[in-house]
Design a protein around this ligand. Structure first.
Ligand code: SPD
Length: 414
């Protein structure tokens, strides 16, 4: 009781501590299964050779109910003391129950000692199967990814909780608070699509501003274009850059490019103070409209973006999902239509398996006549895609991303 509520809601920490408790009590861990529940609470079981440890937490009460069941030599109180410490429990109640009356049972002729010895021959004591789930959700929908339980980076920055976890299907991933930002195995969907459609529309862009994008995937793609002379990237959270440089080097691959100026600061203030008409392309690679990214969905911010673009400049912004968060998606498009004009705020859809619902968008603001829906240089796209080995974007996707289902057209009144 009176446990740390944050720990009580942290599925990875609880799995680690429960497995740690079993090991400290010298149990042999076979398997662990842990789930995070919406809106909060964690349940899980660690199966041990000697039986099992089970838990359910109520973070809102700072409470955890734990069973340590053993039929072997292990001392359950060692596990109990370990958990008390890990959970920061200020009080507790515990009962020890002896179950099973051996004198009432008939023993079969079964040599348990030799069976144990045999199992120990093939069992690697450091290996056990884990079933731990990370969930990105709102009140009504969720996307869950199984992860190995390994946490490579976990820092509460002044803005958000920054974590690098390892998912079993998509490899290492960056999570901000409880939202998936990018994973090693599907990051190219997002980063190729946020960059190349606009750069092939502008053809000769030289000066690019990226707001956000702390993982480095967007600048990596932008800098593939040899015509780019300068990219300024403004990321508010230095911990995101640090985490990705250390643990996602495939994504954070271009931070040393001499054409990149990396600024750790507030992107909204940066755009507010930027001179008029200096950028060919302005990319807003922000997270969802909660916490530090909320201002990246405001009218004021996009008015300043418009002002800093050159006469034929393009804005492209992470546009949320028309299925997961219709309201933010539609409101952003209304904002862009209001500033750039009704015909100049196209939406591009693309698929990301690790974002809730899988259907995601980039939203554009076209200041002049450069329009991604009207490009003609498809041969240039084709050879660039082949030369760079792109895995999502190509000359067909360039156009098909702008083909919208009717419900999406209705949402944005286009
Ligand atoms: N819900 C995910 C929203 C996407 C946020 N940006 C991802 C950053 C990738 N560079």
């Amino acid at each position: 009781m009176n446990c740390d509520p944050h720990v009580m809601n942290d599925v990875a920490a609880i799995e680690r501590d429960m497995v740690g408790a079993a090991r400290k009590a010298e149990a042999t861990v076979i398997n662990s299964t842990f789930h995070h529940f919406s809106p909060y609470g964690v349940s899980g079981v660690v199966v041990i050779q000697e039986s099992h440890l089970a838990i359910h937490t109520w973070p809102e009460y700072g409470y955890a109910a734990v069973d340590v069941f053993t039929c072997g030599d292990m001392n359950a109180w060692i596990a109990f003391d370990h958990l008390k410490e890990c959970f920061g429990a200020k009080s507790y109640s515990a009962i020890e129950m002896k179950r099973g009356s051996v004198n009432l049972l008939t023993r079969n002729d079964f040599d348990i000692t030799s069976a144990r010895e045999k199992a120990a021959e093939w069992r690697n004591p450091d290996f056990y199967t884990r079933n731990v789930w990370f969930t990105d959700k709102d009140e009504d929908q969720a996307l869950s990814l199984r992860f190995t339980g390994d946490v490579f980076f976990d820092v509460q920055s002044p803005f958000q909780r920054v974590r690098i976890l390892e998912s079993t299907k998509y490899g290492k991933m960056l999570a901000l608070d409880d939202m998936v930002m990018t994973t090693i195995k599907d990051e190219f969907h997002y980063h190729e699509m946020i960059s190349h459609p606009s750069l092939f529309t502008l053809q000769n862009a030289k000066n690019v501003l990226v707001i956000g994008g702390g993982d480095g995937g967007t600048v990596r793609e932008v800098l593939r274009h040899s015509n780019i002379e300068k990219v300024t990237m403004v990321e508010i959270d230095g911990e995101v850059i640090k985490a990705c440089k250390e643990h996602l080097p495939e994504i954070a691959a271009s931070f040393d490019d001499p054409r990149l100026e990396l600024i750790v600061d507030d992107g909204i203030a940066f755009v507010k103070n930027a001179p008029d008409a200096i950028y060919d392309l302005l990319i807003v690679d922000g997270s969802d409209p909660v916490g530090p990214a909320e201002g990246l969905f405001s009218v004021d911010f996009y008015q300043n973006c418009y002002r800093t673009l050159k006469a034929d400049g393009i804005l492209v912004a992470q546009g949320e999902s028309p299925k997961f968060n219709e309201k933010a998606f539609a409101e952003l498009n209304q904002t862009l239509q209001g500033i750039f004009g009704k015909e100049n705020a196209p939406v591009g859809l693309f698929f990301v398996p690790t974002y809730p619902t899988g259907m995601w968008s980039f939203q554009y603001g076209l200041k002049g006549t450069a329009d991604p829906r009207k490009v003609t240089n498809t041969d240039a796209i084709k050879s660039f895609v082949a030369e760079k080995g792109l895995r999502y974007y190509n000359e067909d996707i360039h156009f098909s991303t702008f083909a919208l289902p009717n419900f999406v057209k209705q949402l944005i009144q286009q």
